[in-house]
Design a protein around this ligand. Sequence first.
Ligand code: SF4
Length: 306
Amino acid sequence: MTEKYEEILKRQGDHIIGSNSHSAVKLCHWLKKSIIDQGECYKSKFYGIASHRCIQMTPYIGCNQNCIICWRPTGLSTSFGRMDSPEEIVDASIKEQIRLLTGYKGSYRADIAKYWEAVEPRHVAISLIGEPTLYPYLDRLIDEYKRRGLTTFVVSNATRPDVIEQINPTQLYLSLESFNEEMYKRLCRPIKKEGWNNVLKSFKILSEKDCRTVLRITVIKGMNTEPEKFVPLINMASPDFIEIKSYMHLGYSRQRLDRDRMLDHEDIKNFSYVIDKETDYKVTDESFESRVVLLSKDNGKNRFIS
Ligand code: SF4
């Protein structure tokens, strides 16, 4: 990793962990809100995740795509030699989360009961920056968190079908911005040519997974706003849930896209109701603040994680 990249990550509040500097942890915006009783993440509303007990981390800060919506600076080279073991990353991520929470202990704004719960994390969102499937021991990392009693949400760009086949987190997300190869090249700008074929392979594999599965569609105004064109891919992946979310004008994406590329929540709802009409999925819940709508096949009967 170049010094420049490390500096940028630090400025963004990403804390590098481990001996080989390829993993990071960041206190999530919603954890900070939750601990002062000012709101919860949409994953709390949709799936019952306790925001203040969630670690937001990545085991690999590099990526094989350069998406225009990405919050991180794209196009900077990252190559790592040795990789930390899953045990080291799990230890370091929990330790760093607890360290980052220290300031809340004496804060008059914090709900102290929540603070004491927060220092015993229960969930891990493996979705901070970078592509987690590029970490070679992702399956073992998920198992190690599980062994320590934490649930895992993994978000992947679907470019590594071999890894998608192998892993079984609590909930597996595949991102979807493009409904064909041409759009994929324009929006996701993959480093390798075979990117789109691999994405299709991963969608097929998703339909056969035993774990809970989600397709997350990020909509960018004027670029991929044709919901009916996503239907064949939705049918191919056959996830348990679909999240339809607006592009958010944050981080480094602000240098690539204008603010008016974000959709209003109302537009996201309209998009979602087309999917509702054209597929077996039904609109189940929504979060106005995060501009996201949840669709499910069973009206959300089994959506809460116990
Ligand atoms: S796949 Fe994710 S981390 Fe990689 S460039 Fe795209 S948005 Fe960024």
